[in-house]
Write a protein that binds this ligand. Structure first.
Ligand code: PMP
Length: 743
């Protein structure tokens, strides 16, 4: 099979002298004019007086292949008349091609095409807009051929990227140092691309929109598409890979020029995630095919295609220098519409730029982590290293969960607008939240962050009670707005509480390493204060991950109401199943709060947050304040929120949090030489003291595991892996922690 493919490829160009060609033109096509030889790897091509191009096809091209391209060209003209495609000019008989015997007696088929103005661009001639235009043109040709079929499209073509593996055995013909990168590209193709290629969008494609087959005008805009000789039925994304590889082959800035072409393609035809994922390896595979086939040509015919080989090999070396995984991952991100950066700024330079733009905002870890991608329980660094993320409670269903990404991207591409319109999304999400909340909570107000949710909860409480006083736990954190900063002693840097705020001692009997301990209970705390609300994070994360405290929560909620206030359960940390008991931590305590606030994990990273409360509290507030949030609960936010809840349901993540949480707990309790271990589902705290905590967190980062620290003295290790974390990953986390503690 492979032999047949190569025979067709290596068949010599037809031989006819100018007299024979002139007679053919005159007799068959009724055309006369001076002939000028044009380039052609397989066919004999001549310009005819600036009006036509006479093409004598390679003898190995059967009539069916010629019929296919003739019909495809006509189809394209119908479907996208604006595309500058060279048209087939019929013979006098009306036939679209005509048989002719060449000097060696082989039967070839001759066709006449309209002449297209323009020139073949040099490698470095195309600027960014021109590359964008080229990519868009490739996509338009693909669109124009959508649904087109012809039996000849089944023929195998060695240049089809999908057949890259056929070239693996021939890598030895590539000169010198190119051999290794070519082999790497083909091996990666076999490992990462070939297995899934059959499942990608496929159709008949042009398959050869490189610089040899496309003309441009003086501005670099595509002015002519002139050869349909490599058409085949294959994955659509191959068409883009071919164009990128062939257009950029030979440029010094080849990799930097890739995004413009991909963006152009995407502006016409968005890439599907699976296509985006393989694009980088497909481009590399096309370069490898070029290197192998062209090297063989050099050996066989001594023809001058060494530049193509050299350009392909240089581009593969450039990919190798960036790192194959980083290049393909970054290109995939770009192909999905994100910013691509395969040459990330070096960390030191980026640090300086960050400080001079974002100011002295804290970065986690002594050696800041430069991340470029997230996947499941892992963050991927700019250096390509994978870090187990047991720090972050936002990606509750795992980084970039495909279902959340799909649902959010699809909605973003459909409609993104606010809640002042009737739309299924926000209503469905509100219904879903109300159904999940304790009975009696029947209203949902959407916002964008946990801070906003708590701020709004406070406004509702103050509106409903006509009072101002608020109780929070001793070292709580509830947000960044003016009002929620006032509820966040963790952020006060030990200043005294602002007006209307008093501190409540959290559960447990841990000594208060703080200048001002909280009051022992609600009654004591609201002495001299008219209580509007008590706001409590039921997992007491910033107070030191105190774990479940059901009796304390019940007692505090009851006492709050007895003092005329509302109980606000801040579920920004503990919500969405992290406790392994239920979606909301208050459910386990058997408390029905007056208000629940949600945030961080709600959109798995997409900004969406909410207040769940009762109609008797919300409705008067909404009426009195014309409550509305532009972005809150918009169509995309709602899609994200619904997807997260769906995934939690479908993947049984509350139960998994319980099981993995128990596993983690057992492993942590077995650690020698640590203090108290507290946990609730997949949130765990381990007391090791402030200095040791700092060292442990940084040492774990060096070992590829990310955790944080918390508590009034910062002496508690904070572990919060995503709920999709596996048993092996828990073992990895606990094992590395044990190693670090032992060191
Ligand atoms: N409440 C709690 C318990 C939190 O942990 C946080 C964030 N760490 C917030 C509220 C504020 O959420 P956001 O950062 O989304 O404003």
């Amino acid at each position: 099979m492979l032999r047949g493919v190569l025979e067709r490829l290596d068949a010599p160009v037809p031989r006819l002298d100018e007299d024979a060609l002139g007679a053919l033109l005159h007799d068959v096509f009724g055309v006369d004019g001076p002939l000028e030889r044009l380039a052609g790897e397989r066919d004999l091509n001549h310009a005819v007086g600036g009006r036509f191009v006479l093409k004598v096809q390679n003898a190995t091209d059967g009539e069916d292949v010629i019929e296919m391209s003739s019909l495809a060209i006509a189809e394209l003209a119908r479907r996208d008349p604006g595309l500058p495609v060279s048209q087939v000019v019929p013979a006098r008989s009306g036939a679209l091609w005509h048989p002719v015997a060449d000097a060696t007696g082989r039967t070839c088929f001759a066709r006449l095409f309209t002449f297209m103005d323009g020139h073949h661009p040099a490698a470095d001639e195309l600027d960014e807009p021109a590359l964008h235009d080229w990519g868009a043109t490739v996509a338009r040709v693909g669109r124009g051929l959508r649904g087109f079929f012809h039996p000849a499209a089944r023929y195998e073509i060695a240049w089809d990227v999908a057949r890259a593996s056929d070239q693996r055995a021939g890598v030895g013909v590539v000169p010198g140092s190119g051999r290794d990168v070519v082999a790497t590209a083909l091996d990666r193709f076999a490992a990462h691309v070939a297995p899934g290629l059959g499942g990608l969008r496929a159709q008949v494609v042009h398959n050869d929109m490189g610089r040899a087959n496309v003309l441009v005008d003086e501005h670099g805009a595509v002015s002519g598409i002139i050869d349909f000789g490599d058409m085949t039925h294959t994955a659509l994304v191959c068409d883009l890979a071919v164009a990128v590889a062939d257009v950029l082959n030979g440029r010094d800035d080849a990799l930097d020029a890739v995004p413009a072409m991909v963006a152009g393609f995407r502006s016409v035809t968005p890439l599907e995630p699976d296509e985006a994922a393989v694009l980088g390896d497909l481009i590399a595979a096309r370069l490898a095919i070029t290197a192998v086939i062209m090297s063989r040509h050099v050996r066989a015919d001594g023809v001058d295609v060494l530049d193509d080989v050299d350009g392909a090999v240089r581009m593969l070396h450039a990919i190798d220098a960036v790192g194959w995984d980083r290049f393909t991952a970054q290109l995939a991100a770009h192909a999905r519409g994100e910013t691509a950066q395969w040459a990330p700024r070096r960390d030191a330079e980026l640090l300086r730029a960050r400080a001079s733009t974002l100011g002295p905002q804290t970065l986690t870890y002594d050696e800041p982590l430069h991340v470029v991608r997230g996947e499941g329980a892992y963050l991927i660094g700019a250096d390509g290293r994978r870090y187990l993320d047991a720090y972050n409670n936002v990606p509750v269903v795992g980084h970039c969960h495909p279902e959340v990404v799909r649902a959010t991207a699809a909605q973003l591409a459909t409609l993104n607008t606010n809640t002042r319109y009737l739309h299924e999304g926000s209503v469905a999400l509100a219904e879903r939240l109300i159904a999940s909340a304790p009975a009696g909570l029947d209203r949902v107000l959407f916002v964008n962050s946990g801070s906003e949710a708590n701020d709004l909860a406070l406004r509702i409480a103050r509106h409903a009670t006509g009072r101002r006083g608020v109780l929070v736990t001793r070292f709580a954190y509830h947000g960044i707005t003016e009002a929620t900063f006032a509820l966040s002693p963790e952020s006060w840097q030990h200043a005294t509480p602002p007006p209307d705020v008093a501190l409540l001692e959290p559960p447990g009997d841990r000594p208060a390493a703080l200048p001002q301990p909280g009051h022992p209970d609600v009654a004591a705390a609201c002495r001299g204060m008219e209580l509007a609300a008590t706001v409590v994070d039921g997992s007491f994360i910033s107070d030191g991950m105190l774990g479940p405290a059901h009796a304390w929560v019940r007692r505090t909620a009851d006492a709050t109401r007895a003092h005329g206030g509302l109980y606000v359960a801040d579920e920004v940390q503990a919500g969405f199943g992290r406790t392994g008991d239920a979606l909301w931590s208050v459910a386990a305590a058997g408390v029905t709060p007056d208000v629940i606030t949600l945030g961080k994990p709600m959109g798995n990273g997409f900004p969406v947050a909410a207040v769940i409360t009762r109609s008797d509290l919300a409705d008067p507030f909404i009426a009195a304040t014309d409550y509305f949030s532009t972005f809150g609960g918009n169509t995309v936010a709602a899609a994200a929120g619904l997807a997260v809840l769906r995934v939690i349901d479908e993947e049984d993540l509350v139960e998994r949090a319980r099981q993995r949480g128990a596993q983690l707990r057992a492993r942590l309790e077995a650690l020698p030489g640590v203090g108290d271990v507290r946990s609730w589902g997949l949130m765990a705290g381990v007391d090791v003291g402030p200095e040791r905590a700092d060292a442990v967190v940084n040492a774990l980062r060096e070992r590829g595991v990310l955790i944080g620290r918390t508590g009034p003295d910062g002496g508690t290790l904070k572990l919060r892996p995503p709920l999709i974390v596996t048993a092996d990953e828990i073992d990895l986390l606990a094992g590395e922690l044990a190693n670090v503690l032992a060191a």
